[in-house]
Design a protein around this ligand. Structure first.
Ligand SMILES: C[S@@+](CC[C@H](N)C(=O)[O-])C[C@H]1O[C@@H](n2cnc3c(N)ncnc32)[C@H](O)[C@@H]1O
Length: 208
């Protein structure tokens, strides 16, 4: 199953950025800038972006940690990582790691922040809970996990597409995501704060 999903994302990586550009309202990647700001990371910090895909969040994160910090982009798809490498190869602060986010290949307590944008909903089965456990293990004490996801769209057609995508993940999971995401996060983190982004189309959960 894992291999099939990786192959799917390898294929998707060939047109992912063009697909996102067709739908995005933040052509300049403003959403990932906002996500990076929410990390409160600063010079010298080590930050991890899981399910980094083509690496959209890596540039703004690297800007925060400056020349003394490190940003790690992790994904299990070699195709996605190849695209991320194309974007970030001139940035010495960025490293890319191929791994499953439910088994993070890092020591305990190393990251000043961990981010995940528009990917957590796509994790299957027990992977979500295992990933949260790994995130908590790898974060420095008191440091945040930032999860960015889509809000339910206002436009009727886009909303229909959003529901179709959720339902393709299975009815039970779709209901769980829509109704219980806050409950789910609060089960794992002591403090969970939701912020709606300026576009109104995405939300960021800050979890500590
Ligand atoms: C919708 S893309 C999001 C990419 C990026 N974060 C963004 O905001 O554009 C989801 C990404 O999650 C990755 N992914 C899915 N399941 C994963 C897993 N179990 N471990 C690591 N990466 C995974 C996929 O390969 C894909 O690159």
């Amino acid at each position: 199953m894992g291999k099939i999903r990786r192959n799917y994302y390898d294929l998707f990586s060939k047109f992912y950025d063009r697909f996102i550009a067709m739908h995005a309202t933040d052509g300049q990647g403003a959403l990932r800038d906002i996500l990076a700001e929410h990390t409160a990371a600063g010079p010298g910090d080590i930050v991890l972006d899981i399910c980094t895909g083509t690496g959209a969040a890596l540039r703004p994160l690297a800007a925060r940690v400056e020349n003394t910090g490190v940003v790690v982009g992790l994904d299990f798809s070699s195709g996605m990582l190849r695209a991320a490498h194309e974007k970030t190869r001139s940035n010495a602060r960025v490293c890319l790691v191929q791994a499953d986010c439910s088994r993070l290949p890092f020591k305990t307590g190393v990251f000043a922040a961990i981010t995940c944008s528009h990917a957590f909903y796509e994790l299957k089965g027990k992977t979500q809970v295992k990933t949260i456990e790994e995130i908590k293990r790898c974060l420095l004490p008191g440091k945040p996990f930032l999860m960015m996801e889509h809000e339910v769209p206002e436009n009727r057609l886009v909303r229909l597409l959003f529901y179709i995508r959720l339902m393709s993940m299975g009815r039970e999971r779709a209901v769980q995501i829509l109704k219980h995401e806050l409950v789910f996060l609060k089960r794992h983190f002591r403090h969970v704060k939701k912020t709606t982004t300026i576009t109104g189309r995405s939300k960021i959960y800050t979890c500590i």
